[in-house]
Design a protein around this ligand. Structure first.
Ligand code: DGT
Ligand code: MG
Length: 418
């Protein structure tokens, strides 16, 4: 579908989901400078500031002209959400070609270490700061700290399930089984400290990510993403015929190299598809693991229909976050394969298109999609689209219908790079 010219004209709209945002924009360095500021605030736990700079980077990505003094006065200073401080930085960039603060941050030891630590799958900003405060600076420091030399080879589905715990804000460990149990009341969970939870990946996953760092941090070319997809779907047909899928994430937005591969899967049978998909995630992950295609399982989640932990970031879909290794190519046996991060997301047929939209990104696009929906009395997440006042569930039959229900103009996935 071609992107409608209308969306291209809406560069001054408030929400990222109303605007066309190309992968690379005409003011890319300016957007990147604000992305650095956003990242720095995020790493320091200043989430409101991080979001504000992320929005600035987003709106700059949609602005279709190179920013100059003239159009700064005409357009840019009137863009929604840009405060005085931010505008001063844009002017500084017009004047000097850089933003002093971004340049300083980029070269600071603290920023470099915190970014490096948080680039390891499973290490978030809080953990990164904790490690930095312990005096750790480099990857070698991390490897010593997590004792990566110890056996990190096996993390099977079963082992992982036993290890899964949720850390409550006061540091209490609660088994995921309790946290996700549909039988425990919200009150029980609150008593156990589950509400306001943060998921923490088991240290084992961090070890795996560290051990495979040299491979996992290499971007995955598009043809390899497609090859992984083909292999995965061929295996899936063997245990559940007729499943369909979409490669989502950065690949779908046109990135030439992805950090991971995200695939949304369903069975299209409207009558029995939901039953066929239920529990499939775990079964399929076990199959891939037994074949050596999935070498590690970093996280498995949501095996309960009523996931009481539905927060803004975690939908209730079944998903497996794994490490994947393509088999050696018989036509090219010398070529060594690289471990890749693979996320499999399973949706019932009625949730398929919201899952596709919800996992295509970008992150800001998704966040604004939720806000946009909320403003209209709707609730959007990857597992469904509902009306707030009576919880009426919509059943979109295509991606276009998701946009229609939300009252949004169509935006091609390659223009969702806010
Ligand atoms: P990359 O880094 O090349 O993989 O780039 P992306 O954009 O593919 O980033 P990724 O894979 O972290 O996330 C893909 C999209 O899926 C992104 O828009 C956010 C969304 N997403 C990631 N994790 C979750 C989750 O746990 N729940 C939901 N609902 N969405 C998620
Ligand atoms: Mg991705």
């Amino acid at each position: 579908k071609p992107t409608t010219p209308k969306v291209y004209d809406q560069w001054s709209a408030k929400y990222a989901c109303q605007r066309a945002s190309p992968l690379v924009c005409v003011n890319q360095e300016l957007a990147a400078a604000f992305a650095v500021l956003s990242k720095a605030r995020e790493l320091e736990g200043m989430f409101a500031n991080a979001l504000s700079y992320e929005r600035t980077a987003g709106i700059i990505k949609s602005y279709p002209h190179p920013i100059t003094k003239t159009n700064f006065r005409k357009d840019v200073q009137n863009l929604p959400g840009l405060g005085q401080k931010t505008l001063a930085k844009v002017e500084e960039w017009i004047e000097n070609g850089y933003i002093q603060e971004s340049t300083e941050i980029t070269s600071s030891e603290r920023f470099q270490s915190l970014s490096l630590f948080s680039s390891i799958y499973g290490i978030g900003p809080v953990n990164a700061r904790k490690l930095y405060d312990l005096g750790l600076r480099s990857i070698e420091d991390l490897e010593r700290y997590y004792d990566v030399s110890a056996d990190t080879s096996a993390s099977t589905v079963e082992e992982l399930e036993e290890e899964m715990v949720i850390y409550t804000p006061n540091g209490k460990r609660v088994p995921t089984a309790l946290a996700e149990s549909p039988r425990k009341s919200t009150k029980d969970k609150a008593r156990a400290g589950v509400l306001g939870n943060t998921y923490k990946l088991p240290d084992m996953s961090i070890k795996v990510a560290l051990m495979l760092r040299g491979e996992l941090d290499q971007p995955i070319p598009r043809d390899e993403v497609e090859e992984m997809h083909r292999v995965v779907m061929k295996e899936l047909q063997e245990i559940q015929k007729g499943c369909i899928s979409t490669i989502v994430g950065g690949y779908r937005r046109g990135k030439s190299g992805s950090n991971d591969v995200d695939i949304v899967i369903t069975h299209p049978d409207l009558k029995s598809g939901a039953d066929m998909v239920k529990g499939l995630c775990k079964r399929f992950t076990q199959k891939l693991h037994s074949k050596g295609l999935v070498t590690h399982v970093m996280h498995l989640s949501s095996f309960h229909a009523h996931n009481a932990l539905r927060t803004s970031n975690w939908d209730s879909l079944e998903k497996a976050l794994t490490v994947f290794l393509l088999p050696v190519d018989p036509k090219n046996p010398k070529r060594k394969r690289t471990h890749r991060r693979l996320d499999l997301i399973f949706a019932a047929p009625e949730a398929y298109w919201t899952a596709v939209v919800g996992w295509s990104g970008s992150k800001l696009f998704e966040r604004d999609l939720r806000s946009w929906a909320k403003d209209r009395g709707l609730k959007f997440d990857s597992s469904g689209l509902t009306r707030r006042h009576d919880s009426k569930l919509f059943l979109p039959r295509s991606e276009q219908e998701v946009f229609d229900i939300l009252g949004l103009d169509w935006i091609d996935p390659t223009m969702r790079n806010a």
